[in-house]
Design a protein around this ligand. Structure first.
Ligand SMILES: Cc1cc2nc3c(=O)[nH]c(=O)nc-3n(C[C@H](O)[C@H](O)[C@H](O)COP(=O)(O)OP(=O)(O)OC[C@H]3O[C@@H](n4cnc5c(N)ncnc54)[C@H](O)[C@@H]3O)c2cc1C
Length: 257
């Protein structure tokens, strides 16, 4: 017999945006926590900027090892088309050109930013609560989502960071339960702390589970959630980076092994 819940399954609505590359100027740089650099970019071309989902991504073009530009994916953490401002939070993870660019960015610098090319908007009246799981790279998307929820929306976040100093607070009307996991940044590709925490948590069938972290971690979390009988259509999982691989995102783990 068909599962009666199936007809109420959440859907992902694709929104296309005009593909634009904008040259923007750094207007402010702030270290919001020891390992997170917030860069505010400005430019009149942001008047037409659109981002319909908190997990949209931009391509930020920075100088690579040979000086040639390389593109890396970042979340539009906040934007204000009237003011012509776009905020991006960069994890300062020591190893890559994008992290290096953010670490040394100064007001007045310019940078090329492409996109977002499109948005994948998660919709569904049957979604009664949300579970947002991720690491530091997912915090901008998780924070934006938490801030955009309507009043009283039940949401639990489970985020792994280096320690208490990396925890963030969000201005939200949602009913937020924030759980933080502390682990050494060197262990960011180990799914064990997430899985141990998840073992202690109930996940009701009407929970939409959103996951973004290091690719193997995201894969292990996805597997765990599915093994608990949670339906595929009630989850979105992405690898936002891959340990040992530059620009190693696996944006949709749906079909990945
Ligand atoms: C949709 C999407 C949205 C994203 N949003 C954000 C965001 O808002 N903020 C953000 O900081 N990141 C975000 N990321 C992740 C970011 O794109 C990657 O971390 C990217 O690899 C960073 O580029 P890089 O030039 O600094 O390092 P790369 O040149 O890509 O990698 C160099 C080395 O560093 C390692 N590495 C990469 N990222 C990390 C990390 N976070 N911790 C430890 N080691 C790492 C790689 O494994 C590689 O060995 C997002 C990714 C996706 C797919």
């Amino acid at each position: 017999m068909e599962d009666p819940r199936a007809s109420n399954d959440p859907t992902i609505r694709r929104v296309r945006h005009e593909m634009m590359r904008r040259e923007l100027t750094v207007s402010a740089v702030e270290r919001i926590t020891p390992a997170m650099v917030r860069v505010t970019l400005s430019g009149a071309s942001l008047a037409s900027f659109a981002s319909a989902s908190p997990d949209d991504h931009l391509k930020v073009f920075v100088p690579g090892a040979d000086g040639e530009p390389v593109g890396r994916d970042y979340t539009p953490r906040h934007f204000d088309t009237e003011a012509g401002a776009l905020v991006i939070d960069f994890v300062d993870h020591d190893a890559g050109p994008a992290a290096a660019w953010a670490r040394t960015a100064r007001a007045g610098d310019t940078v090329l930013v492409g996109g977002p090319r499109g948005s994948a908007v998660i919709e569904g009246d049957a979604i009664a609560r949300w579970l947002l799981i991720g690491d530091e790279t997912a915090l901008p998307a998780i924070g934006r989502r938490i801030e955009e929820f309507g009043p009283g929306t039940p949401v639990t976040s489970l985020v792994a960071v280096a320690g208490p100093a990396e925890e963030q607070t969000f201005a939200t009307a949602a009913r937020l339960t924030a759980r933080w996991l502390h682990r050494d940044p060197g262990a960011a590709a180990d799914p064990a702390p997430y899985l141990a925490a998840l073992e202690t948590m109930e996940i009701a069938h009407d929970t939409f589970v959103w996951v973004a972290a290091e690719a193997e971690v995201a894969r292990a979390i996805r597997r765990h959630i599915l093994e608990r009988g949670h339906r595929k259509t009630w989850m979105k999982a992405s690898g936002y980076w891959a340990a040992g691989r530059a620009d190693g995102a696996v944006k949709n783990l749906e079909d990945a092994a």
